[in-house]
Design a protein. Structure first.
Length: 86
């Protein structure tokens, strides 16, 4: 699991993007779960959030579901999460 980085020049490649900006827990996680179901194993989902608790929420979600948390990057007030489907 990666730490939160502020380096936005090295975004991982991704296959699907979900904009969960403005949504509070649990909605970003629910949107991510629905999007992950559309992906094949190993494909990467990008989720943009503004909820201050999203960093910990996505870390816990990935631990509980077995999906890999590739990176969490801070970008102009948002946090961008990259998860690879198990």
């Amino acid at each position: 699991m990666s730490d939160l980085y502020s380096d936005t020049t090295s975004f991982p490649a991704f296959d699907l993007e979900v904009d969960a900006s403005g949504l509070k827990c649990p909605l970003p996680i629910l949107r991510a779960k629905k999007a992950l179901a559309q992906l094949q194993s190993g494909q990467v989902l990008k989720v943009v959030t503004t909820d201050v608790n999203a960093v910990r929420d996505f870390q816990a979600f990935c631990r509980q579901t077995g999906n890999a948390l590739v990176a969490q990057l801070e970008q102009s007030g948002n946090v961008v999460h990259f998860m690879a489907r198990r």
